[in-house]
Design a protein around this ligand. Structure first.
Ligand code: ADP
Length: 217
């Protein structure tokens, strides 16, 4: 299956993507994780992306689209993928359609995770990520690790993202409303969107998403 996951920052995309990708045996491709890996490795691409990310702004399409396409060309993505954080504006959605059309494939579904804005802010403020794997996500209140700064899954060090500050979160939400939300209409025109209420336990949301993938859009 070829799936795109959409939702505001803090909707739980990364958390859900990890479970869904595992259930469906497809790779989880997160452009946010790819950028963070480039930043920690000190690559040129990481240097270009960092200032935008820290400010909560979208990284320019010239940088982002090429990086996403390179990842989609890896052999593990040939039979399907779960995209998390890409596309994030209509230009990227069009570029993705054109890219897939070249190999005569298309998307199967777009999952839209819906969360009230107050919840998003609470989730992000308490979020902690593992340095080893961006899909190992914890929350100081909702999903606390057994040991304060240690990942329960792999023992890695937990940290708070540099763009999880109040100011950057406000800008990320603005970017989401003005640039990313329009892709939901774009995909509605293709009949691909399935809306998933994303409040509740992690496993319940995963189940809703799996159920939504079984039925027609
Ligand atoms: P979140 O969904 O919580 O905002 P992500 O890890 O998906 O977090 O993205 C973090 C940041 O990485 C974004 O605020 C943006 O700066 C950059 N980024 C990720 N994906 C894209 C994209 N498709 N286009 C432009 N910028 C992106």
């Amino acid at each position: 299956m070829r799936i795109v996951l959409v939702g505001p920052p803090g909707a739980g995309k990364g958390t859900q993507a990890a479970y869904l990708a595992e259930n469906l045996s497809i790779p989880h491709i997160s452009t946010g994780d790819l950028f963070r890996a480039n930043i920690s490795q000190g690559t040129e691409l990481g240097k270009q992306a960092k200032a935008y990310m820290d400010a909560g702004r979208l990284v320019p399409d010239e940088v982002t689209i090429g990086m996403a396409e390179d990842r989609l060309l890896q052999p593990d993505a040939a039979r399907g993928f779960l995209l998390d954080g890409f596309p994030r504006n209509v230009g990227q959605a069009q570029a993705l359609d054109a890219f897939l059309a070249k190999t005569k494939v298309s998307l199967d579904a777009v999952l839209d995770l819906e969360v009230p804005e107050e919840e998003v802010v609470k989730r992000i403020a308490g979020r902690r990520l593992c340095r080893n794997d961006g899909s190992h996500v914890f929350h100081v209140e909702y999903n606390p690790p057994a040991d304060d700064n240690v990942c329960d899954t792999c023992g890695g060090e937990l940290y708070q993202r540099s763009d999880d500050t109040e100011e950057a979160v406000r800008i990320r939400l603005e970017e989401y409303h003005s640039k990313t939300e329009p892709i939901i209409d774009y995909y509605k025109q293709q009949g691909l969107v399935r809306t998933i209420p994303a409040l509740g336990k992690v496993a319940e949301v995963t189940q809703r998403a799996m159920d939504a993938l079984q039925r027609e859009a």
